[in-house]
Design a protein around this ligand. Structure first.
Ligand code: PAF
Length: 285
């Protein structure tokens, strides 16, 4: 695996690949790779001739009160893991490489960005869309792989790619979970042992809700109630939102159908955790 730090250098390598009709898979990350990221790299490798993994902790998607300064990093381990999972290139641009000047241009995907996560993080998705747009422009024609844990992010990126006619195929990949069901996230490392134990209530609440749906319940309010009741049992968990939405346009749904996505966001101490499932399919615990 080659580690590359400039866009020009990456483009030169990728042009060579494309000139010999080889396909490229892109896995954008902020590093501190876990099995969720590695599953994206493996999937990209199984579907493409070459895989580019990017690591860039994007300041645009953090608000002033968020964890940009302490965001976990381990570039040596990431380099080993990315290579071991089949990545051909690791793109690790510096801040200056990505933003040689203050940005005067940003990308924002209206409506999808202001609800759910966007309600408490109003600038977050414009930060994500802007950096992902830059990566798409640097990498060019490719398939790009994103985890379904960040369901709203996936919908924002899909819509951006469609609206701006990117020649990038967006591929959503299933959530990878810890043994007790907690969705893998680089931020899980912030949890104390006690908080980590309590965090397993999040997937359990989704599992319980899905049991009810399997038994025929179709009213969103009932399902929201089951999840909230389960999460409220833990004094360490503060609910930000529990919502049932249309999984594509993210509008609130009263009745469950095959497109319904159940989304949960909580705080465990100071750590914000999110999870989600398709209402009819549920989650694997
Ligand atoms: O999901 C992430 O890790 C980030 O939001 C992304 C897509 C790499 C953009 O910075």
């Amino acid at each position: 695996m080659d580690t590359i730090i400039t866009s020009k250098d990456l483009q030169n390598h990728l042009d060579d690949f494309r000139n010999s009709q080889k396909s490229i898979g892109l896995v954008p990350t902020m590093g501190y790779l876990h099995d969720g990221h590695l599953s994206l790299i493996r999937k990209a490798k199984s579907e493409n001739d070459a895989v580019v993994t990017t690591i860039f902790v994007n300041p645009l998607q953090f608000s002033e009160t968020e964890d940009l300064d302490i965001y976990p990093k381990d570039i040596e381990k990431d380099t080993f893991l990315a290579s071991d999972s089949g990545s051909d290139f690791l793109f690790t641009p510096t801040y200056e490489e990505m933003f040689c000047d203050d940005l005067l241009t940003t990308v924002s995907v209206q409506e999808l960005s202001s609800v759910l996560e966007g309600a408490s993080r109003p600038t977050h998705f414009s930060g994500v869309a802007t950096i992902v747009a830059k990566l798409f422009n640097i990498v060019g024609v490719c398939s790009a792989y994103f985890g379904e844990k960040d369901w709203q992010q996936l919908q924002v990126i899909k819509r951006m790619a469609q609206d701006l006619s990117y020649r990038v195929e967006i591929k959503g990949c299933p959530i990878v979970r810890e043994k007790d069901g907690l969705a893998m996230s680089s931020r899980n490392v912030y949890l104390t042992n006690d908080q980590r134990k309590e965090a397993s209530n999040i997937p359990e609440s989704l599992w319980k809700a899905h049991e009810k749906i399997k038994n025929g319940e179709r009213q969103s309010t009932v399902i929201k109630g089951i999840i909230s009741e389960r999460l409220d049992r833990s004094s360490m968990i503060d609910i930000d939102y529990v919502e049932l939405v249309n999984g594509e346009n993210l509008t609130i749904t009263d009745e469950i159908d095959e497109l319904t996505r159940v989304l949960v966001a909580v705080r465990v101490g100071t750590t914000r955790l999110i999870d989600n499932m398709n209402a009819l399919e549920g989650i694997n615990l």
